[in-house]
Design a protein around this ligand. Structure first.
Ligand SMILES: Nc1nc2c(c(=O)[nH]1)N[C@H]1C(S)=C(S)[C@@H](COP(=O)(O)OP(=O)(O)OC[C@H]3O[C@@H](n4cnc5c(N)ncnc54)[C@H](O)[C@@H]3O)O[C@H]1N2
Ligand code: MOO
Length: 406
């Protein structure tokens, strides 16, 4: 969907801006997944599967003891064979009426009918006979293929590679897995008024967005750079034109103030506006544009986030996150549904993104959720998507959970 106010050049404000849903959809459909590549498991965390994860083996790969005790063949009492079988070892077949000491995870000797747990058996003083209540056949055995069969698909493409996925891939016999290339992201923070340390002074404020957005962007891409750009048309144009990133994210400079150059720079570079202002509070000046391709032909995008900190977060959740998820090849997640614990205040015409606390599937608005504030966000579990007019207590509400690094 092209919500552009013009296909290139200076955007002209035509009619009302897109709704929040339209803007998110435009960001989702702006790109396709980046190409697949194979990576060592140790380098695959945070990527997304480009192919199904297929079992290279039955799991368990062999009949296994689920307990420490004895592998037994047939009903007891049993003749106790010398020795034992530990995890990682193999033993000779077990004759009917005999037992062999076995450890959890050890491969069962052929002929085993059940495992007798250590606490359920007694060895006679001679050490040659074992007694105890006969376990039902199959008891405390993890049979070969219980979890999966070789060749079976365990996870679909589009699955995010979490620590659990890495563990499963290793258990299923993989050394490398096929994942999508992650988008390269660069953050450009605009504003001559920003300080890098200490409290605000002399009309200047601390840069709150580099510390906030850098780790967030790292969750969705390879953040190669984060730079402060002075409020200067040429410097901004050079920084954007020269960026090798797939996605350039800027903060500040989206409005029409005396030092807000972003629209003019994008127009001059021949960018195509996909979204230019959204009917959402905070963050309505947020934008998404397709930049001219890189020298090697790669497509490139730029998302302009408003400078007010919560507005920048709203823009990240609305435009940047969906775009990065698409480039990463991630399957679209089901919306996270909650119930409003109390009334959630809305804007008369626009969607409102409201920091909320989540408890027992309910969402409660937090104070200090103004566009220039971060106090509510820092206490929150996510941003509630409140439609125009607000929601009354008990209504269903979608909540965007902000990503957390591992
Ligand atoms: N005449 C109008 N003025 C403004 C409008 C409007 O519609 N008409 N919209 C307002 C809204 S809403 C927003 S949001 C801001 C967007 O402004 P910009 O994206 O151009 O951002 P700046 O002007 O550069 O900064 C706004 C504000 O945020 C502070 N800021 C910027 N960067 C940071 C940072 N890294 N860390 C902390 N704070 C930051 C900056 O100091 C300003 O206070 O425009 C409104 N104006
Ligand atoms: O869109 Mo602005 O963030 O409300 O101040």
């Amino acid at each position: 969907m092209d919500l552009a106010t013009s296909t290139s050049g200076t955007p002209t404000q035509l009619g009302s801006p897109p709704t929040w849903d339209q803007a998110r959809e435009a960001a989702r459909s702006a790109a396709r997944a980046l190409p697949a590549t194979t990576r060592e498991l140790s380098a695959a965390l945070g990527h997304v599967l480009a192919e199904p994860l297929t079992a290279r083996t039955d799991l368990p790969a062999f009949d296994t003891s689920a307990m420490d005790g004895w592998a037994v063949a047939g009903p007891g009492p049993w003749r106790l064979r010398d020795g034992r079988v530990l995890a990682g070892a193999q033993a000779e077949p077990l004759a009917d009426g005999t037992a062999l000491s076995i450890a959890t995870g050890a491969q069962l000797p052929p002929g085993t009918t059940a495992v007798l747990r250590r606490e359920h058996g007694q060895v006679d003083p001679s050490g040659t006979a074992l007694s105890g209540r006969s376990p039902a056949p199959g008891r405390d055995i993890r049979p070969r293929g219980q979890e999966c069969r070789q060749g079976q698909s365990l996870l679909p493409p589009g699955t995010a590679v979490t620590p659990a996925v890495l563990g499963l891939a290793a258990a299923a016999g993989h050394d490398r897995i096929a994942v999508h290339r992650r988008p390269v992201v660069e953050l450009l923070v605009l504003g001559d008024e920003l300080l890098d340390s200490g409290p605000p002074r002399e009309g200047r404020v601390r840069d709150a967005l580099s510390p906030l957005l850098e780790p967030w962007l790292r969750c969705g891409g390879e953040l190669t750079g984060s730079r402060r750009i002075p409020d200067d048309f040429d410097l901004l144009r050079t920084a954007i034109a020269g960026s090798a990133a797939d996605v350039v994210v800027t903060t500040g400079g989206t409005a029409a103030g005396p030092a807000d150059f972003l629209h003019r720079v994008l127009a001059e570079l021949g960018a195509r506006f996909l979204v230019d202002s959204v009917a959402v509070r905070p963050g309505h000046p947020m934008l998404l544009a397709e930049l001219p391709p890189a020298r090697d032909g790669r497509a490139r995008w730029l998302s302009g986030l408003p400078g007010n900190p919560l507005a920048a977060v709203a823009g990240t959740a609305t435009l940047v996150q969906p775009l990065l998820e698409r480039l990463n090849g991630r399957a679209e997640a089901e919306p996270r549904g909650f119930t409003a614990a109390a009334d959630l205040p809305g804007h008369p015409r626009d969607t409102k993104l409201l920091p909320v606390e989540l408890r027992a599937r309910t969402a409660t608005a937090l104070p200090f959720g103004g566009p220039a504030m971060l106090r509510g966000l820092a206490l929150s579990d996510g941003l509630a998507v409140v439609p125009p007019g607000g929601l009354s207590a008990g209504s269903a509400v979608e909540v965007l959970e902000t990503p957390r690094p591992w």
